[in-house]
Design a binder for this molecule. Structure first.
Ligand code: ZN
Length: 226
């Protein structure tokens, strides 16, 4: 009896032939290294892919996915990905992409003990608490759910901007820029929430300034003199 996953290996062989048909050096170039301009942080949901929905090719996007696209300062996985992307790959854009119909966000709106998921969903429940007045004023449950998806993206953008590596590199290079997007599974549309990166950065630095700005500015000025 054939196993369903065997199809994947058949698909893989087809994909190799397709790529080589378009460019005989495709895999040689891929093996030379990666220089992605984008870091994409999205949900693990099987419907919200990264490269496919953005029309990007292998090598163009550094990707991190977890349940409900959360960036938590205590989560070594997402913070290590961000630090590597910012300091070593020197990505120019960091995208937090949520999606309507997110099961993780829905679970965080559910008053129930969800076991191991509790600490993970706590971050999203905290987003609800931070924006409780706005969310509680929305009478339609579906609209409230959609708004929490958007607010979760916004708050995770703020969590990224709080990171020292992001602030420090922005002072030196004017990059990376942090973007908040939502993918609408029902239409396929990618929606830009137009997060005001500069404004958020200025605002949060009143409390979370981790730049050692005097030292960094002298480093930047010296770099410009060279
Ligand atoms: Zn999701």
């Amino acid at each position: 009896m054939s196993k369903s996953y065997e199809t994947i290996f058949i698909n893989n062989k087809k994909w190799i032939q397709e790529k080589l048909g378009q460019d005989a050096d495709f895999f040689k170039k891929l093996a030379d290294g990666q220089h992605p301009e984008y870091l994409y942080i999205g949900c693990s949901d099987s419907r919200a892919t990264a490269e496919e929905l953005m029309g990007m090719k292998p090598g163009e996007v550094f990707v991190h996915r977890n349940i409900a696209n959360v960036v938590n300062t205590l989560d070594m996985s997402s913070t290590a990905v961000i630090q590597y992307a910012v300091e070593h790959l020197k990505v120019k854009h960091i995208i937090i992409c949520g999606h309507y119909g997110c099961g993780g966000v829905k679970a965080a709106m559910t008053p129930a003990d969800l076991g191991l998921l509790n600490p993970w969903l706590r971050t999203i429940r905290d987003v609800y608490r931070t924006h409780q007045a706005e969310l509680d004023a929305i009478s339609c449950d579906q609209m409230k759910y959609r708004r929490l998806v958007e607010l979760n993206v916004q708050e995770q953008c703020i969590n990224v901007i709080k990171m020292a590596c992001v602030q420090q590199r922005y002072i030196l290079d004017d990059y990376p820029i942090v973007h908040g997007w939502v993918f609408d599974i029902a239409t396929g549309e990618l929606i830009d929430l137009n997060i005001d990166f500069e404004e958020i950065l200025t605002d949060i630095q009143k409390v979370y300034d981790l730049t050692n700005s005097h030292w960094l500015m002298s480093k930047k000025n010296n770099k410009n003199l060279l």
